[in-house]
Design a protein around this ligand. Sequence first.
Ligand SMILES: [Zn+2]
Length: 144
Amino acid sequence: MALIKCPECGKKISDKAKSCPQCGFPLEELKKANPQTVEKVTEREEANISSEPKSKINIKSMVTLIGALLLGSAIGVGVQFAYNNYLDSQTYQEAINAYSNDNLDEAYSKFIKIKGYKDSKDYINIINEATISTINNETSEIKE
Ligand SMILES: [Zn+2]
């Protein structure tokens, strides 16, 4: 059921009503005489009266909000990933520096932290072997 505005008294009434229940204006005759006038009033008034446009806006803003949240968390994850990668690269660089300074203990502990980053596993193996051979050398030195 659509609502129209009574041309006589301005009250909102059903377009199915033959006459205005408020003032008795004969709507039937108006529709017959000039149906377009009534239709235009109906469309304009419905847009104002109906709560539909409002709820559509709410859904729209909800979708926008959810989209913004999803985008925000996606960016958050991306930033977190980039930051972790940055930290890994920093630790890697520190480990390389420690390694080239013969500070194998420090290099080893740093490479362990970022295990899987670039060739850190290879360095861990190299340090492991180097440490074992050092121990063997020391042991053999003691034996001698
Ligand atoms: Zn009326």
